[in-house]
Design a protein around this ligand. Sequence first.
Ligand code: ZN
Ligand code: ZN
Length: 228
Amino acid sequence: MNFFNFRCIHCRGNLHIAKNGLCSGCQKQIKSFPYCGHCGVELQYYAKHCGNCLKQEPSWDKMVIIGHYVEPLSVLIHRFKFQNQFWIDRTLARLLYLAVRDAKRTHQLKLPEAIIPVPLYHFRQWRRGYNQADLLSRQLSRWLDIPNLNNIVKRVRHTHTQRGLSAKDRRQNLKNAFSLAVSKNTFPYRRIALVDDVITTGSTLNEISKLLRKLGVEEIQVWGLARA
Ligand SMILES: [Zn+2]
Ligand SMILES: [Zn+2]
């Protein structure tokens, strides 16, 4: 457990308990807040749905997030995603694990039967060397003793960044970007969790959710590190 050399991976301060790589000070700065258990928007109190979801209902059913995309969480995510520091997976997965455990209490979340990481386009994954969502879901799968289905949803087309696009253009951009590597008859899971890093518009998650419904999935949870 001491592969972090007893230094906080964020502030480099001494760690008294070298458990998940963060010192208690940095850990405390990553604050959870009351949010909507469906779309993840911040609320005054914990609720399973909110007015936001009523206006624009997500295709998934539940959401779990660690916190806002602010320091130190945002810095850790950035290092993990863009600076090849894949070994931060353990710390981030641990925070997500705790958020899932909290959601069981705050949102009456039931654990899924399987976990699916949001896939990357293969070229991107090859260039980066790893899919960050899959690294997270591997850890979670181990701790929760739930299978990690990292090869059933494929990203078959490269999609340009979703930023700055209208909702309609985003849908168009993602059309046929994903495909399934299993069929309904062979897919036994009814409650699954999709693991993502930063949740922005949710349009990718919507597309994958629609595909998963075709497999007979009844409840789709989204587990993300932060909601931007
Ligand atoms: Zn620290
Ligand atoms: Zn909501």
